[in-house]
Design a protein around this ligand. Structure first.
Ligand SMILES: [Zn+2]
Length: 263
């Protein structure tokens, strides 16, 4: 049994010209017992909630959040806050956490000030309900830590982790799990290989971030949740363990987060 802890079914269906029945059937056919539909703005937050409600029997969970590349004005942040409050009352069992949120200074699609304001609001929101944050950081690790640290204890997942072992340790110290995506399998990703060897097995999650970042041997193709299997196999070899052991540990880690058990 596998878990894809970060995926975008809405974009997967769009890119693959696929439908909901097909993507859900693929999960079952490939023993994906849990997947997390990740929102990137208020519109996809609502969609993610509806999608997870329809597919809860297939182990689909969802997040609510605003990505650093999405517009996060006062209206959007208020809407998000209201949604979180509502969902915590109606469907806390399939609600996975707040995100994806964070800072992206590489794409810089929104002004720095808006990214910081949006991220800060979502950190406070997660704290209020003791929910995990699903964090996206690109070229902004120091600033992200500066926003997180004073609000400690905070916790959650560093999604598609891009950093070295020193950065990973800082994230672990703060109470975060490290999630690796398909780019871990790329031959030239030496730093990431070292990071994955370094992070203890009880703080690792695996994800596709589908339809992006397909793992080897499917690099260059559009990604799907079931391709997460390749990342499981890769990290097992990297850490000198078996795929069975990786499945077991990732399942334990994921269950702990799902049950709000933290690190
Ligand atoms: Zn994502």
């Amino acid at each position: 049994m596998y878990i894809d802890s970060h995926t975008h079914f809405d974009i997967v269906m769009d890119w693959h010209h696929s439908d909901e029945n097909t993507v859900i059937k693929n999960l079952k056919d490939h023993e994906i017992i849990h997947s997390v539909q990740v929102a990137i703005d208020t519109e996809t937050s609502q969609w993610s909630y509806d999608f997870a409600k329809r597919n809860r029997d297939a182990g689909v969970l969802f997040t609510l959040g605003i990505h650093p590349s999405s517009y996060a004005g006062k209206k959007e942040l208020t809407l998000l806050t209201d949604m979180v409050s509502r969902v915590m009352k109606t469907d806390p069992d399939i609600f996975f956490g707040i995100g994806e949120c964070g800072l992206d200074y590489f794409r810089m699609k929104q002004q720095k000030s808006m990214q910081i304001e949006g991220f800060s609001t979502q950190i406070v929101l997660a704290k209020q309900y003791d929910l995990p944050l699903i964090i996206h950081i690109r070229d902004a690790f120091t600033d992200a830590l500066e926003l997180l640290k004073p609000r400690s204890p905070v916790w959650g997942i560093m999604h598609c982790f891009p950093g070295d072992r020193h950065a990973a340790q800082k994230a672990l110290d703060l109470g975060f799990y490290i999630s690796f995506a398909g780019n871990l399998t790329y031959k030239n990703a030496h730093i990431l290989h070292d990071t994955a060897k370094y992070v203890p097995m009880d703080h690792i999650l695996l994800e596709t971030d589908a339809p992006f970042l397909s793992p080897i041997p499917l690099r260059g193709k559009k990604n799907k949740p079931e391709y997460v299997i390749h990342t499981y196999e890769y990290i097992a070899a990297l850490k000198g363990t078996t795929c069975e052991k990786v499945k077991e540990k990732v399942y334990e880690n994921f269950s702990r987060i799902k049950n709000r058990g933290k690190g």
